[in-house]
Design a protein around this ligand. Structure first.
Ligand code: PMP
Length: 462
């Protein structure tokens, strides 16, 4: 149906260049226009409701109508709508938020640097690492090791660390000095009969080989999400981070953890680092930090890293890095309110209650489904991976875009879904979701999958 000429949909096609969108298809299909939200649901311009099974982009942790966050932003805008933090300037919201994050950190941390997005925060970490090693007289220690299928964002350094093909070749990336090691996904990458523990041992050995090949004196950091999010909700095998960190310690390589999705209860602990026994030197968070109501991200560094940066003032020159909006008072005020709401409603207990319910409901509905290869997850995040051949764990040909077809059918059944590589369907609903809403979400996705199965059967017969 052609939308009316002056509608939002028509003007979208006329004027908007979208992120992560097939532009040619968009010219034909147009956008899905969402214009209101309530709880875990959003509503389109026709008034249809959808359960947001991925909280937007893994971020709207408190749902879509939290009044306290609106009030916090309004109050702060009236008081001080903007001030910066360059050259030692400060303001209360930034300081309060930094203090709250340090108090909540999974390991002792020293200082917090603020940016506006996950990508900016990750690029900032790379600059911290490079500046720090210049400052302490180790200018050759600059390489960064991350993982295939990891996702760290799309700015130049962040995209270089990301390990997905769509983010690399077509943009002339990765930059030099960014190295990728194997994906810790037991289901696809373990050898026949290999235990999770043995698989983890093999991945740690691979990391050690890469460090030795490159020269430990040239490797600054290992960069990882606690579980891989956009790469398909890949949960590391038992013992993985313990073994990886033993290697990093041996060669004095810093551990950087990207908690942009995992942070703030998603895995059933405050931090993914706690769930997977990670002791980061640098921790990045964003998204649920402000419940996504305003853009803000944070980089926490430990005392060793801070001392390295501080050293630069006398050895190489002033730390010339920062954004106009680093620590912006309005998103900072919203983030403070978000963290207070998490504490007051005891979000940790809530996630520990509804998370297992979601995992069980997904297992029950999908594990035996002939089109499902693996149902995996932790806390309140999961994936259902669609396969062509269940016995052989063989995915569909990506050209068939099976996951994208399921997402489209999901819209018809009232659920917004996220299809990722290998047709893995992600589940990362707002943290406030109830058990009843989880059941409704799983039911809607289940009906979409049943409809897709029928369509595929019909197509193979035709
Ligand atoms: N790191 C991780 C783990 C992410 O999932 C994302 C975004 N999904 C980013 C970084 C990038 O964040 P942003 O889109 O805010 O730049």
């Amino acid at each position: 149906m052609t939308p009316p000429r002056n509608s939002t949909a028509a003007r979208d096609v006329a004027y908007a260049l979208h992120p992560y969108t097939d532009h040619k298809a968009h010219l034909v299909n147009g956008p899905m226009v969402i214009n209101r939200g309530k709880g875990v649901r959003v509503y389109d311009d026709q008034g249809r409701d959808y359960i947001e099974s991925v909280a937007g982009l893994w971020c709207a942790s408190l749902g879509f109508d939290n009044e306290r966050l609106v009030q916090a932003a309004t109050d702060q805008m009236r008081k001080l709508p903007f001030y910066h933090s360059f050259t030692g300037k400060s303001h209360e919201p930034m300081v309060d938020l930094a203090e709250m994050l340090i108090e909540r950190a999974p390991v002792p941390m020293s200082k917090v640097f603020f940016a506006n997005s996950g990508s900016e925060a990750n690029d900032s970490v790379i600059k911290i690492l490079w500046y720090m090693h210049n400052a302490i007289g180790k200018p050759e220690k600059k390489k960064i090791i991350s993982r295939l299928k990891g996702y760290h964002g799309i700015t130049l350094a962040a995209a270089s660390m990301t390990g997905l093909p769509a983010n690399h070749k077509l943009f002339d990336l990765p930059l030099p000095g960014f190295i990728h090691v194997g994906t810790p996904h037991h289901y696809h990458n373990a050898l026949p009969g290999e235990s999770e523990e043995d698989f983890a041992t093999r991945l740690a050995a691979e990391l050690e080989e890469v460090i030795l090949r490159e020269g430990p004196e040239t490797v600054a950091a290992f960069y990882a999400e606690p579980f891989m999010g956009a790469g398909g909700v890949i949960i590391p095998p038992v013992g993985y981070f313990e073994k990886i960190q033993a290697v990093l310690k041996k060669y004095d390589v810093l551990m950087c953890v990207d908690e942009v999705i995992a942070g703030f209860f998603r895995t059933g602990n405050y931090w993914g680092s706690q769930t997977f026994n990670i002791q980061p030197d640098i921790l990045v968070c964003a998204k649920a930090l402000s419940a996504a109501y305003l853009p803000i991200s944070a980089v926490m560094v430990n005392e060793r890293v801070f001392q390295g940066i501080a050293e630069g003032s006398s050895t190489v020159g002033t730390w010339g890095h920062g954004f106009t909006y680093s620590g912006h008072p309005v998103p900072a005020a919203v983030a403070i309110e978000t963290l207070k709401i998490y504490d007051e409603m005891d979000m940790l207990s809530h996630v520990r209650k509804v998370g297992p319910h979601m995992q069980a409901a997904l297992q029950q509905r999908f594990a035996e489904h002939p089109m499902v290869g693996e149902v995996r997850g932790v806390g309140l995040v999961a994936a259902v991976e669609l396969v062509e051949d269940k016995a052989k764990a063989k995915n569909f040909d990506p050209a068939k875009k099976i996951g994208a077809r399921l997402s489209k059918l999901g819209e018809k059944h009232g659920v917004i879904m996220r299809a990722m590589t290998n047709d893995s369907i992600g589940f990362s609903p707002p943290l406030i979701i109830s058990e009843v809403e989880i059941d409704e979400m799983v039911d809607r996705v289940g009906r979409a999958l049943d409809e897709l199965s029928v369509e595929l059967r019909r197509e193979s017969i035709a």
